[in-house]
Design a protein around this ligand. Structure first.
Ligand SMILES: Cc1cc2nc3c(=O)[nH]c(=O)nc-3n(C[C@H](O)[C@H](O)[C@H](O)COP(=O)(O)O)c2cc1C
Ligand SMILES: [Mn+2]
Length: 612
Protein backbone atom coordinates (compact mmCIF):
# COMPACT_ATOMS: atom_id res chain seq x y z
CA UNK A 1 0.00 0.00 0.00
CA UNK A 2 1.49 3.31 -1.04
CA UNK A 3 0.24 6.59 0.37
CA UNK A 4 0.91 9.58 -1.89
CA UNK A 5 1.64 11.65 1.25
CA UNK A 6 0.68 12.01 4.90
CA UNK A 7 -2.41 14.01 4.03
CA UNK A 8 -3.86 11.02 2.18
CA UNK A 9 -2.98 8.81 5.14
CA UNK A 10 -4.77 11.31 7.37
CA UNK A 11 -7.82 11.15 5.09
CA UNK A 12 -7.87 7.36 5.43
CA UNK A 13 -7.62 7.63 9.22
CA UNK A 14 -10.41 10.16 9.26
CA UNK A 15 -12.67 7.90 7.20
CA UNK A 16 -12.05 5.16 9.78
CA UNK A 17 -12.85 7.47 12.69
CA UNK A 18 -9.21 7.50 13.76
CA UNK A 19 -8.43 11.17 13.37
CA UNK A 20 -9.75 14.00 15.52
CA UNK A 21 -9.77 17.65 14.53
CA UNK A 22 -9.26 20.45 17.02
CA UNK A 23 -10.31 23.79 15.51
CA UNK A 24 -9.85 26.01 18.59
CA UNK A 25 -6.50 27.76 19.03
CA UNK A 26 -4.01 25.53 20.85
CA UNK A 27 -0.50 26.31 22.08
CA UNK A 28 2.50 24.51 20.65
CA UNK A 29 4.16 25.18 23.98
CA UNK A 30 3.40 22.01 26.05
CA UNK A 31 -0.36 21.96 25.41
CA UNK A 32 -0.19 19.80 22.28
CA UNK A 33 2.04 17.39 24.21
CA UNK A 34 -0.42 17.04 27.06
CA UNK A 35 -3.33 16.30 24.72
CA UNK A 36 -1.34 13.92 22.53
CA UNK A 37 0.13 12.13 25.54
CA UNK A 38 -3.35 11.33 26.88
CA UNK A 39 -4.46 10.05 23.48
CA UNK A 40 -1.46 7.81 22.91
CA UNK A 41 -1.52 6.41 26.46
CA UNK A 42 -5.15 5.34 26.01
CA UNK A 43 -4.71 4.00 22.49
CA UNK A 44 -6.77 6.88 21.14
CA UNK A 45 -6.92 8.37 17.63
CA UNK A 46 -4.52 10.68 15.81
CA UNK A 47 -5.30 14.37 16.09
CA UNK A 48 -4.89 17.46 13.90
CA UNK A 49 -4.57 20.85 15.53
CA UNK A 50 -5.85 23.15 12.81
CA UNK A 51 -5.21 26.38 14.63
CA UNK A 52 -1.80 26.49 16.29
CA UNK A 53 -1.12 29.80 17.99
CA UNK A 54 1.56 31.75 16.12
CA UNK A 55 1.73 29.55 13.03
CA UNK A 56 -0.15 29.29 9.74
CA UNK A 57 0.27 25.53 9.56
CA UNK A 58 -1.66 22.72 11.28
CA UNK A 59 0.08 20.08 13.38
CA UNK A 60 -0.78 16.38 13.20
CA UNK A 61 0.09 14.03 16.06
CA UNK A 62 -0.14 10.30 16.63
CA UNK A 63 -0.18 9.17 12.97
CA UNK A 64 1.37 5.88 14.12
CA UNK A 65 0.12 6.11 17.70
CA UNK A 66 -1.24 2.56 17.91
CA UNK A 67 0.00 -0.83 16.77
CA UNK A 68 -2.92 -0.99 14.31
CA UNK A 69 -2.26 2.43 12.75
CA UNK A 70 1.42 1.58 12.40
CA UNK A 71 0.49 -1.61 10.55
CA UNK A 72 -1.88 0.39 8.35
CA UNK A 73 0.88 2.89 7.63
CA UNK A 74 3.21 0.09 6.59
CA UNK A 75 0.67 -1.66 4.40
CA UNK A 76 0.15 -4.82 6.50
CA UNK A 77 -2.78 -6.14 8.53
CA UNK A 78 -0.67 -6.72 11.59
CA UNK A 79 2.93 -5.86 12.42
CA UNK A 80 3.65 -9.61 12.62
CA UNK A 81 3.02 -9.77 8.88
CA UNK A 82 6.20 -7.75 8.35
CA UNK A 83 8.27 -10.72 9.50
CA UNK A 84 6.31 -13.07 7.24
CA UNK A 85 6.83 -10.71 4.32
CA UNK A 86 10.59 -10.58 4.80
CA UNK A 87 10.78 -14.30 5.51
CA UNK A 88 9.09 -15.12 2.25
CA UNK A 89 11.57 -12.86 0.56
CA UNK A 90 14.76 -14.31 1.90
CA UNK A 91 13.66 -17.94 1.76
CA UNK A 92 15.24 -19.28 4.88
CA UNK A 93 15.21 -22.89 3.75
CA UNK A 94 18.61 -24.53 3.95
CA UNK A 95 20.33 -21.27 4.61
CA UNK A 96 21.44 -21.83 8.22
CA UNK A 97 24.80 -20.56 9.27
CA UNK A 98 26.99 -17.73 8.20
CA UNK A 99 27.59 -18.87 4.63
CA UNK A 100 23.88 -19.26 4.02
CA UNK A 101 23.34 -15.80 5.34
CA UNK A 102 26.06 -14.27 3.21
CA UNK A 103 24.65 -16.03 0.20
CA UNK A 104 21.29 -14.49 0.95
CA UNK A 105 22.41 -10.89 1.31
CA UNK A 106 22.54 -10.08 -2.42
CA UNK A 107 19.13 -11.73 -2.83
CA UNK A 108 17.78 -9.65 0.00
CA UNK A 109 19.16 -6.52 -1.53
CA UNK A 110 17.81 -7.33 -4.99
CA UNK A 111 14.35 -8.09 -3.69
CA UNK A 112 14.29 -4.87 -1.74
CA UNK A 113 15.82 -2.99 -4.58
CA UNK A 114 13.11 -0.56 -5.47
CA UNK A 115 15.35 2.48 -5.84
CA UNK A 116 13.75 5.89 -5.69
CA UNK A 117 12.39 7.34 -8.89
CA UNK A 118 13.05 10.90 -10.00
CA UNK A 119 10.01 13.04 -10.68
CA UNK A 120 9.86 16.50 -12.23
CA UNK A 121 7.16 18.20 -10.24
CA UNK A 122 7.31 17.98 -6.48
CA UNK A 123 4.52 19.14 -4.16
CA UNK A 124 7.23 19.57 -1.53
CA UNK A 125 8.68 22.43 -3.61
CA UNK A 126 5.55 24.46 -4.34
CA UNK A 127 6.57 27.24 -1.98
CA UNK A 128 10.19 28.29 -1.50
CA UNK A 129 11.92 30.40 1.13
CA UNK A 130 15.53 31.28 0.36
CA UNK A 131 18.24 33.07 2.32
CA UNK A 132 16.73 35.71 4.58
CA UNK A 133 13.20 34.42 3.98
CA UNK A 134 14.04 31.33 6.00
CA UNK A 135 12.27 31.60 9.35
CA UNK A 136 11.86 28.38 11.28
CA UNK A 137 9.72 30.07 13.92
CA UNK A 138 6.88 30.13 11.37
CA UNK A 139 6.80 26.33 11.40
CA UNK A 140 4.83 25.04 14.43
CA UNK A 141 7.74 23.20 16.04
CA UNK A 142 6.71 21.96 19.49
CA UNK A 143 8.21 22.66 22.84
CA UNK A 144 7.40 19.21 24.18
CA UNK A 145 8.20 19.21 27.92
CA UNK A 146 8.63 21.89 30.60
CA UNK A 147 12.40 21.64 30.99
CA UNK A 148 13.15 21.32 27.27
CA UNK A 149 15.89 23.65 26.03
CA UNK A 150 13.59 24.95 23.27
CA UNK A 151 11.37 23.73 20.46
CA UNK A 152 12.40 20.44 18.82
CA UNK A 153 11.59 19.00 15.40
CA UNK A 154 10.69 15.47 16.50
CA UNK A 155 9.79 13.69 13.23
CA UNK A 156 12.61 14.81 10.88
CA UNK A 157 13.96 12.63 8.07
CA UNK A 158 17.59 13.70 7.91
CA UNK A 159 19.17 12.99 4.54
CA UNK A 160 22.93 12.95 3.88
CA UNK A 161 25.31 11.28 1.44
CA UNK A 162 28.48 9.42 2.33
CA UNK A 163 31.26 11.77 1.16
CA UNK A 164 33.40 8.77 0.08
CA UNK A 165 30.95 6.29 -1.43
CA UNK A 166 28.03 8.54 -2.33
CA UNK A 167 25.75 6.10 -0.51
CA UNK A 168 22.67 7.93 0.75
CA UNK A 169 21.25 7.76 4.26
CA UNK A 170 18.15 8.88 6.04
CA UNK A 171 17.92 8.87 9.81
CA UNK A 172 15.49 10.30 12.31
CA UNK A 173 17.56 12.62 14.50
CA UNK A 174 15.69 15.27 16.48
CA UNK A 175 16.58 18.92 15.88
CA UNK A 176 16.43 21.72 18.41
CA UNK A 177 15.54 25.04 16.78
CA UNK A 178 18.32 27.45 17.78
CA UNK A 179 17.49 30.50 15.64
CA UNK A 180 15.43 31.40 12.61
CA UNK A 181 17.85 29.49 10.38
CA UNK A 182 19.83 27.07 12.55
CA UNK A 183 19.07 23.92 14.52
CA UNK A 184 21.01 21.37 16.51
CA UNK A 185 21.65 18.07 14.75
CA UNK A 186 21.30 15.29 17.28
CA UNK A 187 22.82 12.40 15.38
CA UNK A 188 24.42 10.28 18.03
CA UNK A 189 27.90 8.83 18.14
CA UNK A 190 27.02 5.48 16.53
CA UNK A 191 24.69 6.76 13.82
CA UNK A 192 25.25 7.12 10.11
CA UNK A 193 24.89 10.92 10.06
CA UNK A 194 27.83 11.16 12.47
CA UNK A 195 29.91 8.93 10.21
CA UNK A 196 29.14 11.09 7.18
CA UNK A 197 30.12 14.26 9.01
CA UNK A 198 33.36 12.66 10.16
CA UNK A 199 34.22 11.75 6.58
CA UNK A 200 33.38 15.26 5.40
CA UNK A 201 35.68 16.66 8.08
CA UNK A 202 38.56 14.46 6.89
CA UNK A 203 37.99 15.70 3.35
CA UNK A 204 37.83 19.32 4.46
CA UNK A 205 34.28 19.66 3.13
CA UNK A 206 30.99 20.85 4.49
CA UNK A 207 28.32 18.17 4.64
CA UNK A 208 25.15 18.90 2.69
CA UNK A 209 22.01 18.00 4.62
CA UNK A 210 18.34 17.97 3.68
CA UNK A 211 15.60 17.32 6.19
CA UNK A 212 12.19 16.12 5.06
CA UNK A 213 9.16 16.53 7.26
CA UNK A 214 6.27 14.34 6.11
CA UNK A 215 6.08 11.91 3.19
CA UNK A 216 4.54 8.46 2.98
CA UNK A 217 4.33 7.21 6.59
CA UNK A 218 6.38 4.21 5.41
CA UNK A 219 9.24 6.64 4.75
CA UNK A 220 8.87 8.20 8.20
CA UNK A 221 9.15 4.72 9.65
CA UNK A 222 12.10 3.83 7.40
CA UNK A 223 14.11 6.74 8.83
CA UNK A 224 13.93 5.04 12.23
CA UNK A 225 14.79 1.53 11.01
CA UNK A 226 18.13 0.03 12.06
CA UNK A 227 19.10 -0.99 8.54
CA UNK A 228 22.04 -3.38 8.26
CA UNK A 229 25.00 -1.93 6.35
CA UNK A 230 24.30 -3.64 3.05
CA UNK A 231 25.53 -1.51 0.16
CA UNK A 232 22.63 -0.25 -1.92
CA UNK A 233 20.03 -0.92 0.76
CA UNK A 234 18.97 2.50 1.98
CA UNK A 235 15.89 3.92 3.65
CA UNK A 236 14.27 5.01 0.36
CA UNK A 237 14.61 1.43 -0.88
CA UNK A 238 13.11 0.09 2.35
CA UNK A 239 10.17 2.46 1.99
CA UNK A 240 9.85 1.40 -1.65
CA UNK A 241 9.78 -2.24 -0.59
CA UNK A 242 7.15 -1.58 2.10
CA UNK A 243 4.89 0.37 -0.26
CA UNK A 244 5.55 -1.92 -3.23
CA UNK A 245 6.39 1.07 -5.35
CA UNK A 246 9.50 3.12 -6.02
CA UNK A 247 9.70 6.24 -3.90
CA UNK A 248 9.29 9.56 -5.76
CA UNK A 249 12.20 11.93 -5.17
CA UNK A 250 13.30 15.22 -6.58
CA UNK A 251 16.63 17.02 -6.52
CA UNK A 252 16.88 19.57 -3.71
CA UNK A 253 16.76 23.18 -4.90
CA UNK A 254 20.00 24.27 -3.26
CA UNK A 255 21.62 20.97 -2.28
CA UNK A 256 22.79 18.06 -4.39
CA UNK A 257 20.61 15.55 -2.55
CA UNK A 258 17.48 13.63 -3.50
CA UNK A 259 14.57 14.57 -1.30
CA UNK A 260 11.10 12.98 -1.06
CA UNK A 261 8.88 14.77 -3.57
CA UNK A 262 5.78 14.23 -1.45
CA UNK A 263 7.02 15.66 1.86
CA UNK A 264 5.23 18.54 3.58
CA UNK A 265 8.38 20.58 4.25
CA UNK A 266 12.03 20.26 3.24
CA UNK A 267 14.82 22.09 5.06
CA UNK A 268 17.98 22.37 2.96
CA UNK A 269 21.40 23.36 4.21
CA UNK A 270 24.67 22.08 5.61
CA UNK A 271 26.69 21.15 8.66
CA UNK A 272 30.20 22.60 8.71
CA UNK A 273 32.56 20.19 10.49
CA UNK A 274 34.96 23.06 11.22
CA UNK A 275 32.37 24.82 13.32
CA UNK A 276 32.17 24.36 17.10
CA UNK A 277 29.42 22.08 18.31
CA UNK A 278 26.61 23.77 20.21
CA UNK A 279 24.82 22.97 23.46
CA UNK A 280 21.74 20.88 22.71
CA UNK A 281 19.07 20.00 25.30
CA UNK A 282 17.80 19.38 27.84
CA UNK A 283 15.14 17.30 26.11
CA UNK A 284 12.39 15.14 27.61
CA UNK A 285 13.55 11.96 25.91
CA UNK A 286 12.19 8.55 24.98
CA UNK A 287 13.72 7.13 28.14
CA UNK A 288 11.06 9.05 30.09
CA UNK A 289 13.87 11.07 31.68
CA UNK A 290 15.39 14.33 30.50
CA UNK A 291 18.52 14.02 28.45
CA UNK A 292 20.88 16.61 29.89
CA UNK A 293 22.52 19.26 27.68
CA UNK A 294 25.35 18.03 25.50
CA UNK A 295 27.23 19.31 22.44
CA UNK A 296 26.04 18.52 18.93
CA UNK A 297 26.71 19.89 15.43
CA UNK A 298 24.84 22.94 14.14
CA UNK A 299 22.66 22.65 11.03
CA UNK A 300 22.44 25.80 8.88
CA UNK A 301 19.20 26.05 6.93
CA UNK A 302 19.77 27.88 3.65
CA UNK A 303 16.39 27.19 2.06
CA UNK A 304 12.98 25.84 3.02
CA UNK A 305 10.57 24.37 0.50
CA UNK A 306 7.02 23.26 1.19
CA UNK A 307 3.59 22.50 -0.18
CA UNK A 308 1.02 25.16 -0.81
CA UNK A 309 -0.89 23.93 2.25
CA UNK A 310 1.43 21.80 4.37
CA UNK A 311 0.66 19.95 7.58
CA UNK A 312 3.41 19.63 10.17
CA UNK A 313 3.65 16.07 11.58
CA UNK A 314 5.30 15.60 14.96
CA UNK A 315 5.62 13.05 17.70
CA UNK A 316 6.33 13.25 21.39
CA UNK A 317 8.59 10.92 23.27
CA UNK A 318 8.59 10.48 27.04
CA UNK A 319 7.44 8.04 29.61
CA UNK A 320 6.36 4.85 27.80
CA UNK A 321 4.28 3.80 26.06
CA UNK A 322 4.60 6.42 23.34
CA UNK A 323 4.32 6.33 19.55
CA UNK A 324 7.97 5.32 19.16
CA UNK A 325 7.16 1.99 20.87
CA UNK A 326 5.21 0.98 17.73
CA UNK A 327 7.96 2.13 15.38
CA UNK A 328 10.40 0.04 17.41
CA UNK A 329 8.04 -2.93 17.29
CA UNK A 330 7.81 -2.57 13.52
CA UNK A 331 11.61 -2.78 13.31
CA UNK A 332 11.60 -5.74 15.63
CA UNK A 333 9.19 -7.62 13.36
CA UNK A 334 10.89 -6.56 10.14
CA UNK A 335 14.37 -7.60 11.25
CA UNK A 336 13.45 -10.81 13.09
CA UNK A 337 14.05 -12.99 10.01
CA UNK A 338 17.47 -11.40 9.48
CA UNK A 339 18.39 -12.02 13.13
CA UNK A 340 17.23 -15.64 12.71
CA UNK A 341 19.50 -16.04 9.69
CA UNK A 342 22.48 -15.24 11.86
CA UNK A 343 21.24 -16.82 15.12
CA UNK A 344 18.91 -19.60 13.92
CA UNK A 345 17.79 -20.81 17.36
CA UNK A 346 15.97 -17.51 17.97
CA UNK A 347 12.23 -18.18 18.00
CA UNK A 348 11.17 -14.63 18.82
CA UNK A 349 12.32 -11.50 20.61
CA UNK A 350 10.74 -8.37 22.03
CA UNK A 351 11.79 -5.04 23.45
CA UNK A 352 8.94 -4.19 25.85
CA UNK A 353 7.94 -0.54 26.38
CA UNK A 354 9.20 -0.60 30.00
CA UNK A 355 12.68 -1.05 28.55
CA UNK A 356 12.30 2.00 26.24
CA UNK A 357 13.91 0.02 23.39
CA UNK A 358 17.32 -1.26 24.39
CA UNK A 359 17.19 -1.45 28.17
CA UNK A 360 15.49 -4.84 27.96
CA UNK A 361 15.45 -7.48 25.24
CA UNK A 362 13.54 -10.71 25.81
CA UNK A 363 14.51 -13.51 23.45
CA UNK A 364 13.02 -16.99 23.22
CA UNK A 365 15.14 -19.81 21.84
CA UNK A 366 14.96 -23.43 20.84
CA UNK A 367 17.63 -24.79 23.12
CA UNK A 368 19.72 -27.84 22.20
CA UNK A 369 22.91 -27.56 24.22
CA UNK A 370 24.32 -26.10 27.44
CA UNK A 371 25.35 -22.46 27.38
CA UNK A 372 23.17 -21.68 24.39
CA UNK A 373 21.47 -18.73 26.13
CA UNK A 374 24.85 -17.00 26.39
CA UNK A 375 25.67 -17.81 22.78
CA UNK A 376 22.43 -16.12 21.71
CA UNK A 377 22.80 -13.11 24.01
CA UNK A 378 26.38 -12.51 22.91
CA UNK A 379 25.34 -12.89 19.29
CA UNK A 380 22.62 -10.29 19.75
CA UNK A 381 25.07 -7.85 21.36
CA UNK A 382 26.98 -7.97 18.09
CA UNK A 383 24.03 -7.25 15.80
CA UNK A 384 23.84 -3.59 14.74
CA UNK A 385 21.91 -1.42 17.15
CA UNK A 386 21.35 -4.45 19.42
CA UNK A 387 24.78 -3.47 20.72
CA UNK A 388 22.87 -1.04 22.97
CA UNK A 389 20.97 -3.82 24.77
CA UNK A 390 21.42 -3.47 28.52
CA UNK A 391 19.57 -6.50 29.93
CA UNK A 392 18.92 -9.60 27.83
CA UNK A 393 16.58 -12.25 29.21
CA UNK A 394 16.67 -15.60 27.41
CA UNK A 395 13.64 -17.89 27.78
CA UNK A 396 12.47 -21.21 26.34
CA UNK A 397 10.71 -21.36 23.00
CA UNK A 398 7.21 -21.78 24.45
CA UNK A 399 7.29 -18.50 26.40
CA UNK A 400 5.52 -15.56 24.79
CA UNK A 401 8.12 -12.81 24.70
CA UNK A 402 5.57 -10.00 24.94
CA UNK A 403 3.83 -11.42 28.01
CA UNK A 404 5.95 -9.74 30.66
CA UNK A 405 4.18 -11.43 33.58
CA UNK A 406 5.08 -14.78 32.07
CA UNK A 407 8.64 -13.69 31.31
CA UNK A 408 9.35 -12.44 34.85
CA UNK A 409 7.80 -15.63 36.23
CA UNK A 410 10.19 -17.69 34.11
CA UNK A 411 13.05 -15.59 35.45
CA UNK A 412 12.28 -16.39 39.08
CA UNK A 413 11.51 -20.02 38.35
CA UNK A 414 14.39 -20.93 36.08
CA UNK A 415 17.25 -18.52 36.65
CA UNK A 416 19.14 -18.98 39.90
CA UNK A 417 20.72 -15.60 40.73
CA UNK A 418 24.47 -15.81 40.32
CA UNK A 419 24.48 -19.23 38.70
CA UNK A 420 22.33 -18.19 35.75
CA UNK A 421 23.09 -14.47 35.56
CA UNK A 422 26.15 -12.85 34.06
CA UNK A 423 27.28 -9.27 33.85
CA UNK A 424 29.33 -8.09 30.94
CA UNK A 425 30.23 -4.76 29.37
CA UNK A 426 29.97 -2.91 26.09
CA UNK A 427 28.64 0.10 24.21
CA UNK A 428 25.50 1.66 25.69
CA UNK A 429 22.99 4.10 24.22
CA UNK A 430 24.38 7.62 24.70
CA UNK A 431 21.00 8.59 26.20
CA UNK A 432 21.58 6.21 29.12
CA UNK A 433 22.16 8.32 32.22
CA UNK A 434 23.33 5.61 34.60
CA UNK A 435 26.07 3.85 32.65
CA UNK A 436 29.58 4.08 34.10
CA UNK A 437 30.65 6.30 31.22
CA UNK A 438 29.06 8.11 28.31
CA UNK A 439 27.96 5.45 25.82
CA UNK A 440 29.78 2.74 27.76
CA UNK A 441 28.68 0.46 30.55
CA UNK A 442 27.59 -2.81 32.04
CA UNK A 443 25.13 -5.37 30.69
CA UNK A 444 23.28 -8.29 32.20
CA UNK A 445 22.39 -11.65 30.69
CA UNK A 446 19.73 -13.72 32.48
CA UNK A 447 19.49 -17.33 31.39
CA UNK A 448 15.89 -18.25 32.18
CA UNK A 449 15.86 -21.32 29.96
CA UNK A 450 15.37 -24.86 31.25
CA UNK A 451 18.76 -26.05 32.42
CA UNK A 452 20.91 -28.84 31.14
CA UNK A 453 22.80 -31.01 33.66
CA UNK A 454 26.11 -29.30 32.86
CA UNK A 455 24.62 -25.92 33.71
CA UNK A 456 23.66 -26.93 37.24
CA UNK A 457 26.87 -28.76 38.06
CA UNK A 458 25.41 -32.24 37.70
CA UNK A 459 27.81 -35.10 36.85
CA UNK A 460 25.29 -36.28 34.25
CA UNK A 461 25.62 -35.01 30.74
CA UNK A 462 23.06 -33.56 28.39
CA UNK A 463 23.23 -36.72 26.35
CA UNK A 464 21.76 -38.62 29.27
CA UNK A 465 19.31 -36.19 30.73
CA UNK A 466 17.66 -32.86 30.81
CA UNK A 467 17.90 -31.30 34.26
CA UNK A 468 14.81 -30.29 36.17
CA UNK A 469 15.65 -27.75 38.81
CA UNK A 470 12.94 -25.16 38.57
CA UNK A 471 11.83 -23.89 41.94
CA UNK A 472 9.10 -26.10 43.31
CA UNK A 473 8.50 -23.94 46.39
CA UNK A 474 5.05 -22.49 46.43
CA UNK A 475 5.93 -19.08 47.63
CA UNK A 476 3.54 -17.03 49.73
CA UNK A 477 4.23 -13.30 49.66
CA UNK A 478 4.21 -11.79 53.12
CA UNK A 479 1.85 -9.05 54.21
CA UNK A 480 3.51 -5.65 54.34
CA UNK A 481 3.18 -5.70 58.14
CA UNK A 482 5.54 -8.70 58.23
CA UNK A 483 8.23 -6.93 56.22
CA UNK A 484 11.19 -5.22 57.91
CA UNK A 485 11.53 -1.44 57.92
CA UNK A 486 14.57 0.51 56.84
CA UNK A 487 15.50 4.20 56.62
CA UNK A 488 14.04 5.85 53.53
CA UNK A 489 11.74 2.95 52.54
CA UNK A 490 8.48 4.48 51.34
CA UNK A 491 6.58 1.39 50.28
CA UNK A 492 7.24 -2.28 49.71
CA UNK A 493 5.53 -5.40 48.51
CA UNK A 494 6.31 -8.99 47.66
CA UNK A 495 4.86 -10.59 44.55
CA UNK A 496 3.65 -14.19 44.28
CA UNK A 497 6.50 -14.81 41.80
CA UNK A 498 9.17 -14.02 44.37
CA UNK A 499 10.05 -10.40 43.70
CA UNK A 500 10.47 -8.06 46.65
CA UNK A 501 9.81 -4.52 45.49
CA UNK A 502 10.89 -1.51 47.53
CA UNK A 503 10.60 2.19 46.79
CA UNK A 504 13.25 4.26 48.49
CA UNK A 505 13.83 7.91 49.23
CA UNK A 506 17.60 7.78 49.02
CA UNK A 507 19.43 10.48 50.97
CA UNK A 508 22.90 9.10 51.60
CA UNK A 509 25.71 7.14 50.00
CA UNK A 510 25.56 3.40 50.50
CA UNK A 511 21.93 3.38 51.59
CA UNK A 512 20.87 0.73 49.06
CA UNK A 513 23.80 -1.55 49.95
CA UNK A 514 22.82 -1.36 53.61
CA UNK A 515 19.18 -1.92 52.81
CA UNK A 516 19.99 -4.99 50.72
CA UNK A 517 22.21 -6.45 53.46
CA UNK A 518 19.49 -5.94 56.07
CA UNK A 519 16.68 -7.35 53.93
CA UNK A 520 18.68 -10.33 52.66
CA UNK A 521 19.39 -11.38 56.25
CA UNK A 522 15.75 -11.06 57.31
CA UNK A 523 13.46 -14.12 57.48
CA UNK A 524 11.10 -12.39 55.03
CA UNK A 525 13.74 -13.00 52.34
CA UNK A 526 13.08 -16.75 52.32
CA UNK A 527 11.86 -17.84 48.92
CA UNK A 528 12.62 -14.46 47.34
CA UNK A 529 15.00 -14.31 44.40
CA UNK A 530 15.00 -10.64 43.42
CA UNK A 531 15.10 -7.47 45.46
CA UNK A 532 13.99 -4.56 43.25
CA UNK A 533 14.82 -1.11 44.59
CA UNK A 534 13.13 1.78 42.79
CA UNK A 535 13.21 5.50 43.45
CA UNK A 536 10.84 7.72 45.42
CA UNK A 537 8.77 8.58 42.32
CA UNK A 538 7.81 4.98 41.62
CA UNK A 539 4.59 3.10 42.41
CA UNK A 540 5.74 -0.15 44.05
CA UNK A 541 2.48 -1.81 42.99
CA UNK A 542 2.84 -1.02 39.29
CA UNK A 543 5.31 -3.51 37.74
CA UNK A 544 5.62 -1.45 34.54
CA UNK A 545 6.60 1.63 36.52
CA UNK A 546 9.03 -0.36 38.67
CA UNK A 547 10.81 -2.05 35.75
CA UNK A 548 10.86 1.16 33.68
CA UNK A 549 12.57 2.99 36.55
CA UNK A 550 15.01 0.25 37.43
CA UNK A 551 16.06 -0.55 33.87
CA UNK A 552 16.79 3.13 33.29
CA UNK A 553 18.64 3.63 36.56
CA UNK A 554 21.06 0.70 36.55
CA UNK A 555 24.45 0.00 35.18
CA UNK A 556 24.16 -3.76 35.76
CA UNK A 557 27.84 -4.18 36.49
CA UNK A 558 27.62 -1.70 39.37
CA UNK A 559 23.99 -1.91 40.42
CA UNK A 560 22.96 -5.55 40.14
CA UNK A 561 24.61 -7.85 42.66
CA UNK A 562 24.04 -10.96 44.72
CA UNK A 563 23.23 -10.12 48.33
CA UNK A 564 22.86 -13.42 50.14
CA UNK A 565 20.61 -15.30 47.74
CA UNK A 566 18.86 -12.12 46.55
CA UNK A 567 19.72 -10.66 43.20
CA UNK A 568 19.53 -6.98 44.12
CA UNK A 569 18.67 -4.41 41.45
CA UNK A 570 19.59 -0.94 42.69
CA UNK A 571 17.37 1.42 40.72
CA UNK A 572 17.74 4.34 43.11
CA UNK A 573 19.62 7.45 42.00
CA UNK A 574 23.39 7.40 42.27
CA UNK A 575 25.34 10.03 44.21
CA UNK A 576 28.65 11.83 43.67
CA UNK A 577 29.86 10.48 47.05
CA UNK A 578 29.47 7.01 45.55
CA UNK A 579 31.84 7.89 42.73
CA UNK A 580 29.05 8.66 40.26
CA UNK A 581 30.41 11.74 38.54
CA UNK A 582 27.68 12.40 35.96
CA UNK A 583 24.63 14.51 36.67
CA UNK A 584 21.46 12.55 37.48
CA UNK A 585 18.48 13.66 35.35
CA UNK A 586 14.89 14.04 36.53
CA UNK A 587 11.93 12.03 35.27
CA UNK A 588 9.71 13.96 32.88
CA UNK A 589 6.63 15.51 34.49
CA UNK A 590 4.16 17.83 32.79
CA UNK A 591 3.57 21.29 34.21
CA UNK A 592 0.52 21.17 36.53
CA UNK A 593 -0.94 24.35 35.01
CA UNK A 594 -0.92 22.79 31.55
CA UNK A 595 -2.56 19.62 32.89
CA UNK A 596 -5.27 21.76 34.51
CA UNK A 597 -5.76 23.81 31.35
CA UNK A 598 -6.19 20.71 29.21
CA UNK A 599 -8.67 19.32 31.74
CA UNK A 600 -10.64 22.54 31.47
CA UNK A 601 -10.46 22.80 27.68
CA UNK A 602 -11.05 19.14 26.77
CA UNK A 603 -14.74 19.65 25.98
CA UNK A 604 -14.20 23.08 24.47
CA UNK A 605 -11.74 21.45 22.05
CA UNK A 606 -14.42 18.91 21.15
CA UNK A 607 -12.28 16.00 22.34
CA UNK A 608 -14.22 12.83 23.23
CA UNK A 609 -14.61 12.08 26.93
CA UNK A 610 -13.31 8.51 26.56
CA UNK A 611 -9.77 9.70 25.81
CA UNK A 612 -9.62 12.33 28.55
C1 LIG B 1 10.92 9.48 17.47
C2 LIG B 1 12.36 9.10 17.33
C3 LIG B 1 13.37 10.00 17.62
C4 LIG B 1 14.71 9.67 17.46
N1 LIG B 1 15.65 10.61 17.75
C5 LIG B 1 16.96 10.29 17.56
C6 LIG B 1 17.96 11.28 17.79
O1 LIG B 1 17.67 12.40 18.18
N2 LIG B 1 19.25 10.93 17.56
C7 LIG B 1 19.62 9.68 17.14
O2 LIG B 1 20.80 9.43 16.93
N3 LIG B 1 18.69 8.72 16.92
C8 LIG B 1 17.38 9.00 17.13
N4 LIG B 1 16.42 8.05 16.89
C9 LIG B 1 16.84 6.69 16.50
C10 LIG B 1 17.32 6.64 15.05
O3 LIG B 1 16.36 7.19 14.19
C11 LIG B 1 17.59 5.19 14.65
O4 LIG B 1 18.64 4.71 15.46
C12 LIG B 1 17.94 5.01 13.18
O5 LIG B 1 18.03 3.63 12.90
C13 LIG B 1 19.25 5.66 12.83
O6 LIG B 1 19.50 5.49 11.45
P1 LIG B 1 20.97 5.42 10.86
O7 LIG B 1 21.46 4.02 11.15
O8 LIG B 1 20.78 5.67 9.42
O9 LIG B 1 21.81 6.43 11.53
C14 LIG B 1 15.07 8.38 17.03
C15 LIG B 1 14.07 7.45 16.75
C16 LIG B 1 12.73 7.79 16.89
C17 LIG B 1 11.67 6.78 16.58
MN1 LIG C 1 20.72 4.34 7.78
Amino acid sequence: MAFPDIQSFMALLESRGELLRVREPVSRDLEITEISDRLVKKGGPAVVFENVVGSDYPVVMGLMGTRERTALALGVHDLDDLAAKVRALIDLKGSGGLMGMLGNLPKLRDAMNLPPRRVKRAPAQEVVWRGDEVDLSKIPVLKCWPEDGGPFVTFPLVITRDPDTGERNMGMYRMQVMSKNTTGMHWQRHKTGTKHLEKARKKGQKLEVAVAIGGDPALIYAATAPLPPIPGLDEFALAGYLRGQRYPVVKGLTVDLDVPANAEFILEGYVDPQEDWVVEGPFGDHTGFYTLPDRYPLFHVTAVTMRQAPVYPATIVGRPPMEDAYLIEASERLFLPAAQLIIPEIVDYHMPPAGVAHNLVVVSIKKDFPGQAYKVANGLFGLGQMMFAKVIVVVDDHVRVNDMDAVWREVTQKAVPGRDTLTTRGPIDVLDHSSRGWGYGGKLIIDATTKRPEEIGSPKSSREAQAQDTTSETFQPRASTDLPTFEGVLDQTQTPDGYWIVTLDKTRAGQTRDLAATFAAHPAAAGIRHLLIADEHTDAHDPGDVWWTILNNIDPERDVWLEGQLLTWDGAKKLPEEGFVREWPPKIVMDARVVARVDRMWNVYGLPEQWR
